[in-house]
Ligand binder design. Sequence first.
Ligand code: NDP
Length: 333
Amino acid sequence: MAAIYHDDDADLGVLEDQTVAVVGYGNQGRSQALNLRDSGVNLIVGNIRDQAGAAAREDGFPVSNIAEACEIADVVMLLIPDEIMPEVFKTDVAPNLVPGNLVVFASGYNIAFSLITPPDYVDVALVAPRMIGVGVRETFVSGSGFPSFVGVHHDSTGTAKARMLAIAKGIGSTRAGCIDMSMHDEATLDLFTEQAFGPAFGRVLMTAIDLLVEAGYPPEAVLLELYLSGEFAYSFEKMREVGIMKQMDFHSRTSQYGTVTRSARFMTLDKSIKEKMSAVLEDIRSGSFADEWSNQQPKAAALFEKIREARDKMPIADWDQKTRTAFKIGNAG
Ligand code: NDP
Protein backbone atom coordinates (compact mmCIF):
# COMPACT_ATOMS: atom_id res chain seq x y z
CA MET A 1 0.00 0.00 0.00
CA ALA A 2 1.20 3.52 -0.76
CA ALA A 3 2.37 5.62 2.20
CA ILE A 4 -0.39 7.65 3.84
CA TYR A 5 0.37 10.74 5.90
CA HIS A 6 -1.64 12.36 8.68
CA ASP A 7 -1.15 15.41 10.91
CA ASP A 8 1.39 13.58 13.11
CA ASP A 9 3.66 13.00 10.10
CA ALA A 10 3.91 16.71 9.32
CA ASP A 11 5.61 19.60 11.14
CA LEU A 12 4.61 23.16 10.29
CA GLY A 13 7.78 24.30 12.09
CA VAL A 14 9.90 23.59 8.99
CA LEU A 15 8.19 26.56 7.31
CA GLU A 16 8.80 28.90 10.26
CA ASP A 17 11.49 31.02 8.62
CA GLN A 18 10.21 30.61 5.10
CA THR A 19 7.99 32.73 2.86
CA VAL A 20 5.43 30.98 0.73
CA ALA A 21 4.26 32.56 -2.54
CA VAL A 22 0.78 31.53 -3.57
CA VAL A 23 0.77 32.18 -7.31
CA GLY A 24 -2.83 32.64 -8.48
CA TYR A 25 -5.79 33.60 -6.34
CA GLY A 26 -8.62 31.62 -7.94
CA ASN A 27 -10.41 28.41 -6.89
CA GLN A 28 -7.47 26.78 -5.14
CA GLY A 29 -5.29 29.86 -4.61
CA ARG A 30 -7.70 31.75 -2.39
CA SER A 31 -8.70 28.76 -0.26
CA GLN A 32 -5.15 27.45 0.17
CA ALA A 33 -3.83 30.93 1.00
CA LEU A 34 -6.52 31.51 3.66
CA ASN A 35 -5.88 28.08 5.19
CA LEU A 36 -2.10 28.54 5.23
CA ARG A 37 -2.44 31.96 6.87
CA ASP A 38 -4.72 30.50 9.54
CA SER A 39 -2.06 27.81 10.08
CA GLY A 40 0.50 30.55 10.80
CA VAL A 41 2.43 30.37 7.51
CA ASN A 42 4.10 33.54 6.22
CA LEU A 43 2.54 34.30 2.83
CA ILE A 44 2.66 36.52 -0.19
CA VAL A 45 0.22 36.30 -3.10
CA GLY A 46 1.58 36.55 -6.63
CA ASN A 47 -0.93 37.59 -9.23
CA ILE A 48 -1.20 39.56 -12.43
CA ARG A 49 -2.55 42.94 -11.36
CA ASP A 50 -6.28 42.56 -11.85
CA GLN A 51 -9.44 41.22 -10.19
CA ALA A 52 -7.96 38.25 -8.35
CA GLY A 53 -5.13 40.46 -7.08
CA ALA A 54 -7.70 42.93 -5.77
CA ALA A 55 -9.57 40.09 -4.03
CA ALA A 56 -6.34 38.96 -2.34
CA ARG A 57 -5.66 42.51 -1.16
CA GLU A 58 -9.22 42.74 0.18
CA ASP A 59 -8.57 39.52 2.13
CA GLY A 60 -5.58 41.27 3.69
CA PHE A 61 -2.69 39.59 1.84
CA PRO A 62 0.39 41.37 0.53
CA VAL A 63 0.19 41.05 -3.27
CA SER A 64 2.97 41.36 -5.83
CA ASN A 65 3.23 40.48 -9.45
CA ILE A 66 4.17 36.83 -10.03
CA ALA A 67 7.86 37.45 -10.73
CA GLU A 68 8.37 39.56 -7.57
CA ALA A 69 6.49 37.10 -5.37
CA CYS A 70 8.67 34.22 -6.65
CA GLU A 71 11.82 36.25 -6.06
CA ILE A 72 10.89 36.84 -2.42
CA ALA A 73 9.63 33.32 -1.70
CA ASP A 74 11.29 30.14 -0.47
CA VAL A 75 8.29 28.04 -1.46
CA VAL A 76 6.32 28.73 -4.66
CA MET A 77 2.85 27.24 -5.00
CA LEU A 78 1.59 27.27 -8.57
CA LEU A 79 -2.19 27.70 -8.45
CA ILE A 80 -3.03 29.04 -11.88
CA PRO A 81 -4.74 27.15 -14.75
CA ASP A 82 -2.66 24.22 -16.02
CA GLU A 83 -2.80 25.24 -19.67
CA ILE A 84 -1.26 28.69 -19.09
CA MET A 85 1.22 27.51 -16.44
CA PRO A 86 4.14 26.58 -18.78
CA GLU A 87 4.31 30.10 -20.25
CA VAL A 88 4.03 31.80 -16.84
CA PHE A 89 6.63 29.40 -15.45
CA LYS A 90 9.06 30.24 -18.24
CA THR A 91 8.68 34.01 -18.09
CA ASP A 92 7.96 34.82 -14.43
CA VAL A 93 8.73 31.84 -12.19
CA ALA A 94 11.88 30.06 -13.44
CA PRO A 95 14.06 33.21 -13.74
CA ASN A 96 13.36 33.97 -10.06
CA LEU A 97 14.04 30.54 -8.58
CA VAL A 98 17.21 30.03 -6.56
CA PRO A 99 18.81 26.89 -5.10
CA GLY A 100 16.85 25.65 -2.08
CA ASN A 101 13.44 26.83 -3.30
CA LEU A 102 10.55 24.39 -3.31
CA VAL A 103 8.01 24.50 -6.15
CA VAL A 104 4.64 22.94 -5.32
CA PHE A 105 2.16 21.83 -7.96
CA ALA A 106 -1.54 21.14 -7.25
CA SER A 107 -1.72 18.91 -10.31
CA GLY A 108 0.90 16.59 -11.78
CA TYR A 109 -0.14 17.43 -15.36
CA ASN A 110 2.62 19.79 -16.49
CA ILE A 111 5.48 17.82 -14.93
CA ALA A 112 4.08 14.42 -15.95
CA PHE A 113 3.87 15.37 -19.60
CA SER A 114 7.14 17.35 -19.66
CA LEU A 115 5.41 20.66 -20.32
CA ILE A 116 7.39 22.19 -17.45
CA THR A 117 10.90 21.15 -16.46
CA PRO A 118 12.04 22.97 -13.31
CA PRO A 119 15.77 23.51 -12.81
CA ASP A 120 17.69 20.75 -10.98
CA TYR A 121 18.63 23.05 -8.10
CA VAL A 122 15.08 23.38 -6.73
CA ASP A 123 12.85 20.91 -4.88
CA VAL A 124 9.65 19.94 -6.67
CA ALA A 125 6.61 18.40 -5.00
CA LEU A 126 2.97 17.62 -5.54
CA VAL A 127 0.16 18.59 -3.15
CA ALA A 128 -2.98 17.87 -5.15
CA PRO A 129 -6.25 18.27 -3.24
CA ARG A 130 -9.04 15.81 -3.99
CA MET A 131 -11.42 18.69 -3.36
CA ILE A 132 -12.69 21.71 -5.27
CA GLY A 133 -11.39 25.09 -4.13
CA VAL A 134 -14.40 26.17 -2.11
CA GLY A 135 -14.38 22.80 -0.33
CA VAL A 136 -10.70 23.26 0.58
CA ARG A 137 -11.71 26.30 2.64
CA GLU A 138 -15.03 25.01 3.97
CA THR A 139 -13.62 21.70 5.22
CA PHE A 140 -10.68 23.54 6.82
CA VAL A 141 -13.06 25.84 8.69
CA SER A 142 -15.34 22.95 9.71
CA GLY A 143 -12.31 20.99 10.92
CA SER A 144 -12.76 17.90 8.76
CA GLY A 145 -10.13 18.55 6.06
CA PHE A 146 -9.87 16.78 2.70
CA PRO A 147 -7.58 14.14 1.17
CA SER A 148 -4.74 14.97 -1.24
CA PHE A 149 -2.30 13.13 -3.46
CA VAL A 150 1.21 14.18 -2.51
CA GLY A 151 4.69 13.26 -3.67
CA VAL A 152 8.25 14.50 -3.93
CA HIS A 153 9.28 14.72 -7.57
CA HIS A 154 12.77 16.11 -6.98
CA ASP A 155 14.69 16.63 -3.75
CA SER A 156 17.76 18.81 -4.04
CA THR A 157 17.88 19.99 -0.41
CA GLY A 158 16.92 16.92 1.61
CA THR A 159 13.98 18.90 3.00
CA ALA A 160 11.47 18.46 0.15
CA LYS A 161 9.33 15.85 1.89
CA ALA A 162 9.20 17.71 5.21
CA ARG A 163 8.26 20.97 3.51
CA MET A 164 5.72 19.27 1.25
CA LEU A 165 4.00 17.67 4.25
CA ALA A 166 4.05 20.99 6.11
CA ILE A 167 2.23 22.61 3.19
CA ALA A 168 -0.26 19.73 3.14
CA LYS A 169 -0.82 20.21 6.87
CA GLY A 170 -1.11 23.98 6.51
CA ILE A 171 -3.89 23.72 3.95
CA GLY A 172 -5.71 21.23 6.20
CA SER A 173 -5.18 18.08 4.18
CA THR A 174 -3.19 15.84 6.53
CA ARG A 175 -6.23 15.97 8.87
CA ALA A 176 -8.06 13.73 6.41
CA GLY A 177 -4.92 12.04 5.05
CA CYS A 178 -2.54 12.34 2.09
CA ILE A 179 -1.47 9.45 -0.11
CA ASP A 180 1.98 9.30 -1.71
CA MET A 181 1.93 9.33 -5.48
CA SER A 182 4.03 10.30 -8.50
CA MET A 183 3.11 13.29 -10.66
CA HIS A 184 2.43 10.94 -13.58
CA ASP A 185 0.09 8.68 -11.60
CA GLU A 186 -1.82 11.63 -10.14
CA ALA A 187 -2.27 13.24 -13.55
CA THR A 188 -3.29 9.95 -15.14
CA LEU A 189 -5.88 9.10 -12.48
CA ASP A 190 -7.30 12.60 -12.64
CA LEU A 191 -7.55 12.65 -16.44
CA PHE A 192 -8.93 9.10 -16.52
CA THR A 193 -11.79 10.05 -14.18
CA GLU A 194 -12.56 13.05 -16.38
CA GLN A 195 -12.18 11.30 -19.72
CA ALA A 196 -13.35 7.72 -19.11
CA PHE A 197 -15.32 7.26 -15.91
CA GLY A 198 -17.24 10.57 -16.21
CA PRO A 199 -18.17 10.24 -19.89
CA ALA A 200 -19.11 6.54 -19.57
CA PHE A 201 -21.32 7.39 -16.61
CA GLY A 202 -22.72 10.36 -18.54
CA ARG A 203 -23.61 8.14 -21.53
CA VAL A 204 -25.51 5.74 -19.27
CA LEU A 205 -27.45 8.68 -17.83
CA MET A 206 -28.22 10.16 -21.26
CA THR A 207 -29.29 6.77 -22.61
CA ALA A 208 -31.69 6.30 -19.70
CA ILE A 209 -33.12 9.81 -20.22
CA ASP A 210 -33.59 9.25 -23.98
CA LEU A 211 -35.23 5.88 -23.44
CA LEU A 212 -37.68 7.05 -20.78
CA VAL A 213 -38.65 10.25 -22.63
CA GLU A 214 -39.16 8.26 -25.85
CA ALA A 215 -41.31 5.84 -23.84
CA GLY A 216 -43.60 8.77 -23.01
CA TYR A 217 -42.60 9.75 -19.47
CA PRO A 218 -42.52 13.53 -18.79
CA PRO A 219 -38.93 14.81 -19.13
CA GLU A 220 -39.21 16.70 -15.84
CA ALA A 221 -40.19 13.53 -13.97
CA VAL A 222 -37.41 11.58 -15.68
CA LEU A 223 -34.78 14.13 -14.68
CA LEU A 224 -36.08 14.23 -11.11
CA GLU A 225 -36.05 10.45 -10.94
CA LEU A 226 -32.54 10.06 -12.33
CA TYR A 227 -30.63 12.92 -10.74
CA LEU A 228 -32.45 16.14 -9.90
CA SER A 229 -34.14 14.91 -6.73
CA GLY A 230 -30.68 14.37 -5.23
CA GLU A 231 -31.59 10.81 -4.21
CA PHE A 232 -28.90 9.27 -6.40
CA ALA A 233 -26.27 11.76 -5.23
CA TYR A 234 -27.30 10.98 -1.67
CA SER A 235 -26.68 7.28 -2.27
CA PHE A 236 -23.21 8.12 -3.58
CA GLU A 237 -22.53 10.09 -0.42
CA LYS A 238 -23.68 7.12 1.65
CA MET A 239 -21.31 4.86 -0.36
CA ARG A 240 -18.50 7.08 0.90
CA GLU A 241 -19.77 7.18 4.47
CA VAL A 242 -20.69 3.57 5.15
CA GLY A 243 -19.23 1.61 2.22
CA ILE A 244 -20.26 0.65 -1.29
CA MET A 245 -22.04 -2.58 -0.23
CA LYS A 246 -23.40 -1.46 3.11
CA GLN A 247 -25.24 1.53 1.59
CA MET A 248 -27.49 -0.99 -0.19
CA ASP A 249 -29.17 -1.60 3.18
CA PHE A 250 -30.66 1.91 3.05
CA HIS A 251 -32.75 0.97 0.02
CA SER A 252 -36.03 -0.95 0.10
CA ARG A 253 -35.93 -4.73 -0.27
CA THR A 254 -37.77 -4.38 -3.59
CA SER A 255 -35.05 -1.99 -4.77
CA GLN A 256 -32.24 -4.26 -3.59
CA TYR A 257 -33.77 -7.38 -5.12
CA GLY A 258 -34.30 -5.63 -8.48
CA THR A 259 -30.78 -4.23 -8.52
CA VAL A 260 -28.92 -7.42 -7.68
CA THR A 261 -30.96 -9.71 -9.96
CA ARG A 262 -30.83 -7.34 -12.97
CA SER A 263 -27.16 -6.32 -12.68
CA ALA A 264 -26.03 -9.40 -14.58
CA ARG A 265 -27.93 -8.28 -17.69
CA PHE A 266 -25.53 -5.37 -18.09
CA MET A 267 -22.34 -7.39 -17.56
CA THR A 268 -22.01 -8.03 -21.28
CA LEU A 269 -21.25 -4.32 -21.61
CA ASP A 270 -18.16 -4.64 -19.40
CA LYS A 271 -15.87 -5.82 -22.18
CA SER A 272 -16.68 -2.99 -24.57
CA ILE A 273 -16.58 -0.34 -21.82
CA LYS A 274 -13.20 -1.69 -20.70
CA GLU A 275 -11.88 -1.58 -24.27
CA LYS A 276 -12.93 2.04 -24.67
CA MET A 277 -11.55 2.95 -21.25
CA SER A 278 -8.23 1.23 -22.07
CA ALA A 279 -7.93 3.31 -25.23
CA VAL A 280 -8.53 6.50 -23.21
CA LEU A 281 -5.96 5.39 -20.61
CA GLU A 282 -3.39 4.75 -23.32
CA ASP A 283 -4.10 8.14 -24.89
CA ILE A 284 -3.43 9.77 -21.51
CA ARG A 285 -0.36 7.72 -20.56
CA SER A 286 1.35 8.19 -23.90
CA GLY A 287 1.06 11.98 -23.58
CA SER A 288 -1.16 12.14 -26.66
CA PHE A 289 -3.99 13.95 -24.82
CA ALA A 290 -1.57 16.44 -23.22
CA ASP A 291 -0.04 17.13 -26.62
CA GLU A 292 -3.49 17.80 -28.09
CA TRP A 293 -4.65 20.09 -25.25
CA SER A 294 -1.43 21.90 -24.45
CA ASN A 295 0.50 21.97 -27.71
CA GLN A 296 -2.24 22.20 -30.30
CA GLN A 297 -3.75 25.52 -29.25
CA PRO A 298 -5.75 27.50 -30.32
CA LYS A 299 -7.24 24.59 -32.31
CA ALA A 300 -8.14 22.59 -29.17
CA ALA A 301 -9.73 25.61 -27.45
CA ALA A 302 -11.81 26.37 -30.57
CA LEU A 303 -13.08 22.77 -30.64
CA PHE A 304 -13.89 23.01 -26.93
CA GLU A 305 -15.96 26.19 -27.47
CA LYS A 306 -17.84 24.62 -30.39
CA ILE A 307 -18.77 21.54 -28.36
CA ARG A 308 -19.80 23.71 -25.39
CA GLU A 309 -22.17 25.72 -27.59
CA ALA A 310 -23.74 22.56 -29.03
CA ARG A 311 -24.07 21.09 -25.54
CA ASP A 312 -26.06 24.08 -24.28
CA LYS A 313 -28.55 23.64 -27.16
CA MET A 314 -29.43 20.03 -26.31
CA PRO A 315 -33.07 19.51 -25.18
CA ILE A 316 -31.91 18.27 -21.79
CA ALA A 317 -30.43 21.73 -21.00
CA ASP A 318 -33.93 23.22 -21.30
CA TRP A 319 -35.66 20.42 -19.36
CA ASP A 320 -33.03 20.66 -16.65
CA GLN A 321 -33.49 24.44 -16.27
CA LYS A 322 -37.31 24.25 -16.23
CA THR A 323 -37.39 21.44 -13.68
CA ARG A 324 -34.87 23.11 -11.41
CA THR A 325 -36.90 26.34 -11.55
CA ALA A 326 -40.17 24.54 -10.81
CA PHE A 327 -38.66 22.69 -7.85
CA LYS A 328 -36.49 25.60 -6.67
CA ILE A 329 -33.36 23.47 -6.92
CA GLY A 330 -29.88 24.98 -6.51
CA ASN A 331 -29.28 28.39 -8.10
CA ALA A 332 -32.62 28.15 -9.96
CA GLY A 333 -34.35 28.42 -6.56
P1 NDP B 1 -8.15 29.04 -11.45
O1 NDP B 1 -8.68 28.97 -12.86
O2 NDP B 1 -9.14 29.30 -10.38
O3 NDP B 1 -6.97 30.11 -11.40
C1 NDP B 1 -7.28 31.43 -11.40
C2 NDP B 1 -6.04 32.21 -11.05
O4 NDP B 1 -5.11 32.13 -12.14
C3 NDP B 1 -6.38 33.67 -10.85
O5 NDP B 1 -5.55 34.20 -9.85
C4 NDP B 1 -6.04 34.24 -12.20
O6 NDP B 1 -5.76 35.61 -12.14
C5 NDP B 1 -4.79 33.46 -12.56
N1 NDP B 1 -4.55 33.50 -14.00
C6 NDP B 1 -5.42 33.21 -14.99
N2 NDP B 1 -4.83 33.39 -16.19
C7 NDP B 1 -3.58 33.85 -15.93
C8 NDP B 1 -2.49 34.23 -16.76
N3 NDP B 1 -2.57 34.18 -18.09
N4 NDP B 1 -1.34 34.62 -16.16
C9 NDP B 1 -1.24 34.65 -14.82
N5 NDP B 1 -2.24 34.30 -13.97
C10 NDP B 1 -3.39 33.91 -14.54
O7 NDP B 1 -7.29 27.72 -11.17
P2 NDP B 1 -7.66 26.52 -10.19
O8 NDP B 1 -7.56 27.01 -8.80
O9 NDP B 1 -8.91 25.85 -10.64
O10 NDP B 1 -6.45 25.53 -10.50
C11 NDP B 1 -5.16 25.82 -10.03
C12 NDP B 1 -4.38 24.53 -9.91
O11 NDP B 1 -5.03 23.67 -8.97
C13 NDP B 1 -4.30 23.74 -11.22
O12 NDP B 1 -3.05 23.11 -11.27
C14 NDP B 1 -5.40 22.70 -11.06
O13 NDP B 1 -5.20 21.52 -11.82
C15 NDP B 1 -5.28 22.41 -9.57
N6 NDP B 1 -6.47 21.84 -8.95
C16 NDP B 1 -7.68 22.47 -9.11
C17 NDP B 1 -8.80 21.97 -8.49
C18 NDP B 1 -10.11 22.68 -8.58
O14 NDP B 1 -11.07 22.22 -7.97
N7 NDP B 1 -10.25 23.80 -9.29
C19 NDP B 1 -8.76 20.72 -7.70
C20 NDP B 1 -7.43 20.20 -7.51
C21 NDP B 1 -6.35 20.74 -8.15
P3 NDP B 1 -6.88 36.67 -12.60
O15 NDP B 1 -8.23 36.07 -12.30
O16 NDP B 1 -6.58 37.85 -11.80
O17 NDP B 1 -6.69 36.81 -14.06
